[in-house]
Structures are given as C-alpha cells and as structure tokens.
Design a protein around this ligand. Structure first.
Ligand SMILES: *Cc1c(COP(=O)(O)O)cnc(C)c1O
Length: 394
C-alpha cells in the first residue's frame, strides 16, 4: 500500500502515530527495529542492481535502513514536505543542508538568535570553505533585506529564538529570500510540527534537532531535513558519503516519541502559559519572555504562526547573576541542564552556560543579561514547578 496516498487528508495527530508504517512479513503492529548494518542480496545480479540504483532496496545502513525510512516518512508527513532525510543530530542536519545548497564563495544570511553551535558552525567551520555569514537582528525584517548580497544562497532562521523567544516573520523573510533566489530554511526544533509548520508559511526547508521535542523524552540525539527532493537528494548524497546518518535504534526511539508529540506539546504549552502568567505576577521578576503572553512584543505574529506559545519560558530576575543562581540552586525538582524539549522540566542560566563562550559585548547585544533564566517546561504538575521556582525567588 502506498502510505502517502492512504494518509491523504488525515489530521496531524493521526499522522504522528500512523504515517510511514511498513509492516514486514510478520505483520508486527509496532514499528520494527532493524538493527543491521547491511542487507543481503539474492544473487550477484541483484547486488549489482542495488549498488547501481537500478533496483530500489536497502544496501547498507549508512545509506538507508527500514526503521529510518519509517521515521523519515512520518516527519515528512508531519511537516508537509516532499521528502525527509533523518540525520545523526540536529547539527548534522544543518551541516548536511549547507553542503546541499552551498559552495565556496556563497553567502548566508542568518538571524542573530541562533542555537550556539549553529552560529559556531557558520562562523568557524563554513568560513574555512569560503562561505561567509552575515548575522542580522532576529526580528528586523529590513535588516534581512539589507544583508542580501548577489552571492546569498541561504537564509537561515530559528523561531522562536533561544532563549529570548523572539519571533521571525516566516512569510516576510521567505519573500526576501525568494526575491534573492536563495533557499529559505527554518530550524523548527522549538515548536515542532505540532505547533508550527514553516513550509506552509513560505519556508523551503525545515531542519530539526529531533533530540528536542520530536523525541521529547531526553533519550537520544537525532535530526532531520524536510524539503523538496532537489535539496534532500543532495543531503542524501552527503550522508551517504560523509556518514552522519541516524542509527536505526535512535530512529526507533524518536518514532516512539512522535506518537505522543501532540499531547505532550499541548500539555507542556498549557503549563508554560500558566507558569509565564504566574512569573509575571511575582515581585522579583523584571520581565518574562513568552510568545503566548499578550505582553510579548510579537504576541500577535506568534499566534498567527504557532498554535501555542510553546513550552519554553525565559525570565529575568531582579538582582543579576547572584539572584538568578539562587533560583537555580534552590530547585529540588527541576533539572539544572542545558537541554530542553524533555518531559522533565529544565532550567538554564544562559549567560554562564549556553551563551558563556561569546563575548560580554555580544551577549549584551543579544539581550542575554546576567539575571536571565530559561525554563523548558516538562510534564510534571505545574504546581510543583512553581513551588520549586518560588523557593529561590523569595
Ligand atoms: C539542540 C538544537 C540544535 C542542535 O541539535 P543537536 O541534536 O544537539 O545536534 C539545533 N537547533 C536548535 C534550535 C536546538 O535547540
């Protein structure tokens, strides 16, 4: 059965559970985990045909693997793209995309509010291959236009941004990229397709850290690129030759995670909104950054692009680093860790961790103050999370 046809018109909640399923001869109900590095052929002629791409089928798990294929088809369906390639990590997805659409002498326009490693990849690795990047203020549409050069081939953004939850107007930046003939890519790790579908809003390509909400339970590292075949075919060639393929086991874990993607993000978003409102009412809080709050400067845009404000809430406590560290160190339930997108609530002090390597000036420019904290809300009772934070805010 052609899964793409029989899933036409189904709701995302259904696709997250059903898309991509291919059963083996055993008729297993749950997705099978094919832990095998290679595949055998019936005879020499078939081996030759598989290697030569005259016959479809698996050869070696660096190229394709049936468990990975199910994950790719499910993510493709959820993002509404033509094709999907899963990768070993979110960073592998971003690098693979860059190799697919860029060559020496090309230029990237990227938003300032990018994941730290993405910024470092653009600045320190791609620059070695004569690919330059211009970073622009995340929400300044005119700045994207002004940064475009004749050799701009990729416009890359992340929305909402980390940790300040700034929103990039996907349609507006997409129009600028397309006018310039550049590929427009959106890192959708923060929202996941449960909350935001960038391809519907004008993006050409979506990249993911599946490590975050797609897995959703903090178990594995993974990534994906979703977009048109003419791009994913190049991504696939890079994976095939360079090797940052996702392991079948990790793909299987992410598939399991996807089954609860929608209910997790609904529940986590509801808790995050409640937490954001509560934080806003606390006397020792300077400011709360959450797209679901009417006080967020881009609340309306966020509510057009996203189903909810998401599960990440940042806030600035009065009293700088000392006060912020007191909140972190007073927690007993919340995990002190840099990760997010987990069922377990996490807390991070960006200025001394995720953003600790950038210069104080760059940090100030990015709005990462010493009092800023980021909480990625999990699935615990929100009363327990509030009480955990209240202890250090007193
Ligand atoms: C974590 C993250 C990445 C990198 O993903 P890995 O799976 O850790 O390689 C990229 N973008 C965003 C927005 C992230 O949060």
């Amino acid at each position: 059965m052609n899964t793409k046809d029989h899933l036409q018109g189904l709701a995302p909640e259904t696709l997250a559970i059903r898309a991509g399923v291919e059963r083996s001869q055993f008729g297993e109900h749950s997705e099978a985990l094919y832990l095998t590095s290679s595949f055998v052929f019936n005879n020499a002629a078939q081996a030759a045909a598989r290697f030569g791409d005259q016959e479809e089928g698996n050869v070696y798990s660096r190229f394709t693997n049936p468990t990975v294929t199910v994950l790719q088809e499910r993510l493709r369906a959820l993002e509404g793209g033509e094709d999907c390639i899963a990768t070993s990590s979110g960073m592998a997805a971003i690098l693979s995309l860059c190799t697919a659409v860029l060559r020496a002498g090309d230029h990237i326009v990227a938003s300032y509010g990018l994941f730290g490693s993405t910024r470092q990849l653009f600045l320190n690795q791609l620059s070695k291959f004569a690919i330059e990047t211009t970073f622009v203020p995340t929400t300044d549409i005119a700045a994207y236009r002004a940064a475009i050069k004749p050799n701009t081939k990729l416009v890359f953004v992340e929305t909402p941004s980390n940790p300040l939850t700034e929103i990039v107007d996907i349609a507006a930046v997409g129009a600028i990229a397309h006018e310039a003939g550049a590929v427009f890519a959106v890192d959708n790790s923060f929202c996941s397709p449960a909350l935001q579908r960038p391809l519907d809003l004008g993006a050409d390509v979506v990249v993911h850290s599946a490590t975050k909400y797609l897995d959703g339970q903090g178990r594995v590292i993974g990534g994906a690129v979703v977009g048109p075949k003419k791009i994913t075919e190049e991504v696939f060639k890079f994976l095939r030759n360079a090797g940052p393929t996702i392991s079948p086991f990790n793909a299987w874990v992410v598939l399991k995670g996807l089954e609860t993607l929608n209910i997790r993000l609904q529940a986590q978003s509801a808790s995050a909104l409640e937490l954001a409102r509560w934080l806003e009412a606390q006397p020792n809080i300077e400011r709360v950054f959450y797209p679901g709050l009417p006080s967020h400067p881009q609340h309306e845009l966020a509510m057009c692009q996203q189903k909810t404000g998401g599960a990440v809430v940042s806030f600035e406590v009065k009293g700088g680093r000392e006060a912020a560290w007191k909140v972190v160190d007073s927690t007993r339930v919340i995990s002190i860790t840099g990760n997010l997108g987990d069922t377990k609530t996490t807390i991070t002090h960006p200025a001394t961790t995720t953003h600790g390597r950038i210069t104080p000036e760059a940090r100030a420019e990015a709005g990462i103050t010493e009092g800023l904290l980021r909480v990625a809300v999990g699935l615990e009772a929100i009363e327990d999370i509030k009480a955990d934070l209240a202890r250090g805010l007193g």
